[in-house]
Structure formats: C-alpha cells, structure tokens
Design a protein around this ligand. Structure first.
Ligand SMILES: [Zn+2]
Length: 135
C-alpha cells in the first residue's frame, strides 16, 4: 500500500509526538517549570517561556468542538476521500487538535460528540491520529 498524502516533517522537534503516534499513543509536551501542556509543539512554553519539558501520553479521548465538510479538494491526494471532514477536537487533558473524524457519516457529527483517537498507519514510521465517535 502506498500513502499518497503529504507526510509530516519530524525534524522540527515533533519527532517524539510522531514516535508516540507510531506506537498508537497520543503524546503532548508538558512544561517542566509550570505544567502547561503545549500544543502545537514548540521550543518553549507558551505560558512561561521555559524550554524544559517532558512528553506525556494522553488518554486519547475528547469531544468535537467544530467541524466542516470539504466537497472540493485542494490537493489531488484527497480527491478520493471527497467529501471528507476536518474537525476541531478538544482533547481531554490538552488543547484542541485539528484532525479528521472517521467511521461517521457527515450528517451524524455534532458538537460535543465524544470521540477517541485512532491511528492511520501511513508508513512504517508515520501514523496519523484521527478520531472516531464513541458510544
Ligand atoms: Zn511553562
């Protein structure tokens, strides 16, 4: 199987996040100085500017804050997926992440819907976190 969509650049400090995804774990930076959880991944804490941090594994659950459905592709790699959604997920224990909802029809998505992370194994090294509804 080939993966035709763009893959993330892991040389920007995000490698531990992607290593977690490859192990099907959702990880995030936690500031060692103040405990703030950083997202997006960055070189310093956005609350106190400390560069010190550890990586913590999140439970991988959350809720839909918002979503849209794309009916037009802006990259040929997504054309086979049309229509597809892009969702803003409030991840439990962290912030919001932009992802896709899977295993759900577009008209069945709603704000506040509980979801859990699932991983699409794009390559041997890269797994993409996505979310699916939980009942
Ligand atoms: Zn901090």
């Amino acid at each position: 199987m080939t993966y035709d969509k763009p893959l993330p650049d892991t040389s920007d400090g995000s490698a531990p996040f992607w290593e977690g995804c490859a192990q099907h774990e959702l990880r995030i930076q936690e500031c060692s100085a103040c405990g703030h959880r950083r997202w997006p991944i960055g070189p310093v804490c956005t609350a106190c500017l400390s560069p010190e941090h550890t990586w913590v594994t999140l439970p991988g659950t959350g809720e839909v804050w918002s979503w849209i459905v794309y009916h037009q592709s802006f990259n040929k790699a997504w054309e086979p997926d049309l229509p597809y959604n892009v969702a803003l997920i409030k991840v439990d224990g962290a912030h919001t992440m932009i992802s896709n909802l899977v295993d759900v029809e577009p008209d069945a998505v709603h704000v506040g819907q509980r979801v859990e992370v699932v991983f699409e194994d794009a390559t041997d090294e890269i797994s993409i976190p996505k979310f699916r509804p939980v009942s």
